[in-house]
Design a protein around this ligand. Structure first.
Ligand code: ATP
Length: 268
């Protein structure tokens, strides 16, 4: 336990030592979003001089709405997410929340109001929480129940359980904008559906949600889906509208049809 704690401390100090590339502007705005409307306006970005990665991304997610981003590997989905969290700033264009340019906001305020459930959840020692994410029963089984300390690598929890803790944390943080980076990738189908149902109920109309999706079955009822390819939006619409377009989305959907059929059978 001591060894693990030292490893945790060491990794925490390593993170703290890193010099952030993005810094607050002088006199950053204090930010208290009202509704959480998110707008990307002609956002362009490149990591280096070699290649432009995002080639003018524009979308608007209304307060409390859900938008999903799909597209092939390397399309730029994660990059869009990184810009939203200000790990980098756009080279052109703006990202606004409730009309406020996020580069003008104090970063700590931004992080308070934008939550994420990452693909790979790293847990520092912490007291675990929450029923919304269906992790409550598991926690009760631990000898110290709600006082259980979870190790840096989440040693006592499976991948899916770690992700549920991450969801729980994000829910408790009550952000205005929430990003799911294929949130339930490592969860089994039934649990996944239950969690998503719970989350949708908890979030509906309250939290603006972005889903970076790999499996389309989880995002069919999103308010809007954008299809990104090579850094540009090539199609957008609801699931039904996109299928009718008979384009890239339809191809992706057909490719995943075996798993979709399974999903549909379960939900009928
Ligand atoms: P996946 O579905 O595989 O996660 P993605 O759609 O999220 O892919 P990104 O991770 O946003 O795609 O990557 C978009 C492009 O940017 C890729 O060509 C990738 O190689 C490049 N890229 C990503 N991160 C960096 C970086 N730190 N430096 C330089 N290029 C990068």
């Amino acid at each position: 336990m001591i060894k693990q704690s030292l490893i945790d401390l060491e990794s925490m100090f390593d993170i703290q030592k890193q010099d952030p590339t993005i810094k607050d502007i002088q006199d950053p705005l204090e930010f208290e979003p009202k509704s959480g409307e998110l707008v990307f306006d002609n956002v362009k970005f490149q990591y280096n001089n070699e290649r432009q990665i995002l080639k003018g991304i524009s979308f608007r997610v209304g307060a409390g709405k859900q938008m999903a981003i799909v597209g092939p590997s390397g399309a730029g989905k994660t990059t869009i997410n990184r810009l939203l969290f200000r790990f980098y700033d756009p080279t052109e264009g703006t990202i606004t929340i409730d009309g406020v340019d996020i580069t003008k906001i104090r970063q700590s305020d931004l992080r308070k109001h934008v939550g994420i459930v990452p693909q790979d959840t790293v847990l520092f020692n912490d007291t675990t929480l929450a029923k919304t994410a269906q992790i409550h029963d598991k926690i009760e089984q631990f000898p110290s129940a709600w006082e259980t300390k979870v190790g840096e690598r989440g040693l006592r929890l499976s991948g899916g359980e770690k992700q549920r803790v991450a969801i729980a944390r994000s829910v408790l943080k009550a952000p205005h904008v929430m990003v799911f980076d294929e949130a339930t990738a490592s969860l089994d189908t039934n649990t996944e559906k239950e969690i998503q149902d719970n989350l949708r109920k908890a979030f509906k109309g309250k939290i603006t949600t972005i889903v970076l999706a790999h499996r389309l079955s989880t995002i069919i009822d999103s308010d809007e889906i954008i299809v990104v390819k090579e850094g540009a939006i090539i199609e957008r619409g609801t699931h039904d509208e996109l299928l009718l377009m008979n384009g890239e989305y339809k191809l992706l959907w057909d490719k995943q049809s075996t798993s979709n059929n399974m999903y549909l059978k379960e939900t009928v």
